[in-house]
Design a protein around this ligand. Structure first.
Ligand code: FAD
Length: 486
């Protein structure tokens, strides 16, 4: 493709800052054709940028090397397409690689085999979720579809690629799969996924930040613009562009607009500004499902996730328990609902010497130690009399094996000094909603028509959590093969 042609015929669409301008028709101009009729044409220049100048051409250009983008890349590359994944980071993995790695899935063959009581067929999923989607049949269909693909992800990892998830442990989360080395050890899964990505012939380009989509003279998506690691513009031509840049939890303006409940809760994630979502909107896409996510996280995963597998109690600054500690996702929201902005998680040698060392390491020096309840009171500022009361109550709960306050049924075990404790606070860590997509992960316009050559997956397409992101990427992989091979 000649660079001169590119300069004249292509238009780079703006992202976040330019969305409003583009929605208002910027970038289009009237011109008169040979017959003297007025026609609308795309101006051959980039909005607020230099001219388009393609220096590389691929079949499929995936923006974002998170789990959704990586999973989307494999089938098209195996089918012979030239696939490039571009990411602003210097490493693949996105958010999931340093997540707690709790992979919810009840639809896998592996679920059926290992933990049949947690397995649900697509029909059962439909029945289970129907009450949440009254009057929204399309929403229910999408949930059933994505749940099905979460199972395909787990099964691909296990049966096809030979990954051994951690064997089932005593926990309330038997519908969750964990990596073989325990909490927060997603790296082993990513190493395998990366092996499959590179084996398929996919190329990566890191430290390169997505800026805008590029359209040709007909307004059809034909590539994307980036800023490379040295600060230069980089225009890449592509037959298909996949937006997989994750969600928008770092975009404060959007949080205020779409998820005001959590907008003023501390944010733990940088670089998820919704760049892909904004670019999709600039290209004519529409937003869907933009609202607050289902839960918040603690600053340190150890503070809640250890409660999944070990005896642990969590106390508010007033020294009182406030949630069932095995229902880990109620910690941060429960703390806020109780009117506090911090809490303490306390465990003993059982968890400290357990197999989940990585999650403890993630908390670093935030984990403190003490040898008595008195010391705990002194080091945390929790009132000693309340702490003594709570520990005495906990002893009774353990003796009776019954928790009348919060209904906890697992790990009702007295804690023995030394105690390990962590001061935690609620943070926001994910967003919900994104670009409206079809069941084939095509980005849809306001008339529900697919925007040619533009696709999205993962949080950019409104999924929440690891397995739906991975599954939506795989689903998109099959679409790309169908649309661009043979
Ligand atoms: C601390 C934490 C703990 C979590 N724990 C769990 C858990 O236990 N279980 C669970 O199911 N989910 C968990 N999640 C959520 C889960 O990690 C995400 O839902 C999932 O990783 C989303 O995948 P994705 O591919 O859609 O996006 P991401 O993982 O966000 O990947 C997007 C990629 O796009 C890149 N990108 C963004 N903008 C640009 C740009 N302009 N240019 C170039 N590249 C760009 C990013 O660098 C990133 O690599 C957790 C998240 C966090 C942050």
């Amino acid at each position: 493709m000649s660079k001169e042609m590119s300069r004249r015929q292509f238009c780079a669409l703006g992202t976040a800052s330019a969305v409003a301008a583009i929605a208002g028709g910027m970038g289009m101009a009237n011109r008169v054709n040979a017959e003297g009729e007025a026609e609308q044409a795309v101006k051959a220049h980039a909005i607020g940028d230099g001219n388009v100048n393609f220096s590389q051409e691929v079949d499929v250009l995936i923006v974002g090397a998170g789990i959704s983008g990586m999973m989307a890349s494999i089938d098209p590359a195996n089918a012979g397409l030239n696939v490039l994944i571009v990411d602003q980071n210097s490493m693949y993995g996105g958010d999931a690689i340093y997540s707690a790695a709790c992979q919810m899935c009840s639809t896998a063959q592996l679920t059926k085999e290992e933990r049949p009581e947690k397995y649900s067929s697509p029909e059962q999923i439909r029945e289970k979720f129907a009450p949440y989607y009254v009057g929204n049949e399309a929403g229910l269909d999408r949930t059933v579809l994505l749940q099905d693909w979460t199972g395909r992800f787990i099964d691909k990892m296990h049966y096809e690629w030979g990954y051994e998830f951690q064997p089932l442990r005593e926990s309330p989360y038997h519908q969750a799969f964990f990596p073989k080395d325990g909490l927060c050890t997603m790296k082993s899964e990513f190493d395998l996924i990366n092996e499959k990505v590179t084996e398929a012939g996919v190329q990566y380009l890191f430290r390169t930040t997505f800026k805008t989509l590029i359209t040709d003279e007909n307004g059809t998506i034909c590539g994307a613009r980036f800023i490379d690691k040295d600060g230069n513009l980089l225009d890449i031509a592509a037959k298909a562009v996949v937006l997989a840049t994750g969600g928008y939890v770092s975009n404060q303006e959007w949080m205020v607009r779409y998820a005001p409940e959590y907008a003023y809760v501390a944010n733990i994630i940088s670089g998820r500004k919704g760049d892909g979502i904004a670019a999709g909107v600039a290209a004519g896409g529409v937003l869907s499902g933009m609202k607050a996510t289902s839960n918040l996280n603690p600053r340190f995963e150890a503070g809640h996730m250890l409660g999944t597998f070990y005896p642990l109690i969590a106390l508010l600054p007033n020294g009182k328990r406030f949630y069932c500690e095995t229902a880990v996702h109620n910690a941060a929201t429960g703390c806020l609902n109780a009117g506090f902005y911090e809490w303490y998680s306390i465990w003993d040698d059982v968890a400290q010497n357990g197999i989940d060392q990585e999650v403890i390491l993630h908390a670093g020096e935030a984990v403190q130690t003490c040898n008595s309840i008195e010391e705990l009171a002194e080091m945390t500022g929790m009132p000693l009399d309340k702490l003594q009361e709570t520990f005495a109550k906990w002893k009774t709960i353990c003796e009776n094996q019954e928790d009348p306050d919060f209904g906890k049924t697992l790990f009702l075990q007295e804690l023995k000094p030394p105690y390990y404790f962590l001061r935690n606070y609620p943070v926001r860590y994910k967003s919900l909603g994104g670009l409206k997509v079809s069941d084939r992960m095509e980005v849809l316009d306001a008339n529900d028509a697919p925007i040619k050559n533009l696709y999205a997956c993962g949080c950019t397409a409104g999924t929440e959590d690891i397995t739906p992101a991975a599954g939506s990427g795989m689903l998109l992989g099959t679409t790309l093969v169908a649309d661009y091979v043979g």
